[in-house]
Design a protein around this ligand. Structure first.
Ligand code: DGY
Length: 320
């Protein structure tokens, strides 16, 4: 049986497939996605696809992949995969929740702190030879301790961010499609409707999954409700935010700063207007990128492939 691996992955993971006598077709580049045309072509011969957030596993691909028995993504998010079509064809889709919760919460909180305290601006300032002396108000930022944090999307990662915020005595607000009793009782998070959360928060963290309902859910109207000292963080998916509106809000000083790990189009172009602003910290979608977490994600994704090929139920199956 053939396994299509759409990105170069560590040898120890490849070995799991080799030990099971599977034929491997691996795209040998670590930092470049497989071109979509090639992905379409290779999928037609594949019994299993080991994929990631940057491939488009769409209806056309699934319809033409006649031998396909399992799709496994090395990610928690699966908005790039047509789950309805996979389900219609009886193809299980596996993903990797839980193992990346703490890693993404860490990166979210890093963006929060570094945006508030202008960490990247400070480094650029030194590198540009602008540092002449200590200054009373030089690169002053926003206070984090005791501030109000609004979390949009209170899932596992949201709770991870909330736990970190408690160490900074932050007041916790959240918005979610349903109430989260655990977050309310154990973490003291207060449920708010979206507008109230946007009006009351000093820090706003977007962690909702990308769905038709969350598409551009934060746009011009939502930014206009935020405080002028608000710091907006997005470590979920770029499609949840209207980037043009975010750019205007940052440029016109309607909000203070943004920390972004995800973008509408990835990779974002270096010429993108958002990257020309000093009050933006941008990262290349590395939310879950610590070595241990990524290895665990790859292992789980590999086991999903092996189980799927044996017709076993996947441990983390996203099909309804
Ligand atoms: C995910 O797993 O969905 C993340 O965005 C990848 O780091």
């Amino acid at each position: 049986m053939k396994v299509l691996i759409t990105r170069k992955i560590p040898q120890s993971i490849v070995k799991l497939f080799e030990d099971s006598q599977l034929e491997i077709h691996m795209w040998e580049h670590e930092d470049e996605p497989m071109p979509h045309e090639l992905l379409l072509k290779e999928s037609r011969q594949a019994d299993a696809i080991f994929t990631n957030v940057s491939d488009r596993i769409d209806r056309e691909l699934i319809q033409h992949a006649e031998r396909l028995k399992v799709i496994s993504t090395m990610a928690v998010g699966f908005n790039n995969i047509d789950i309805a079509e996979a389900t219609r064809r009886g193809i299980p889709v596996g993903h990797t929740p839980d193992v990346l919760t703490e890693a993404v919460a860490d990166l979210t909180f890093s963006l929060l702190l570094s945006s508030a305290r202008r960490v990247v601006e400070g480094m650029n300032y030194i590198k540009a030879g602008q540092w002449k002396s200590w200054g009373p108000m030089l690169l002053t930022g926003q206070k984090v301790q005791g501030a109000t944090l609004g979390i949009i999307g209170m899932g596992r990662i949201g709770e991870g961010v909330a736990r970190r915020a408690l160490g900074f005595d932050m007041n916790l607000l959240y918005f979610n499609r349903n109430r989260k009793v655990h977050a309310e009782q154990r973490l003291g998070a207060k449920y708010k409707d979206l507008d109230s959360l946007l009006k009351q928060s000093d820090f706003i963290v977007m962690l909702a999954p990308s769905t038709p309902e969350t598409y551009k859910m934060i746009g011009a109207r939502e930014f206009s409700l935020m405080k002028s000292n608000a710091v907006f963080i997005n470590t979920s998916r770029g499609a949840n935010v209207d980037e043009q509106a975010l750019y205007s809000a940052l440029k016109d000083g309607k909000i203070w700063a943004a920390g972004l790990d995800v973008f509408e189009k990835e990779p974002i172009s270096p010429d993108h207007p958002l990257l020309q602003l000093d009050n933006v910290i941008a990262l290349p979608h590395i939310g879950s990128a610590n070595v241990e977490t990524r290895m665990k994600m790859a292992e789980i994704a590999a086991v999903h492939i092996l189980d799927g090929l044996l017709g076993k139920r996947l441990t983390h199956c996203v099909n309804p």
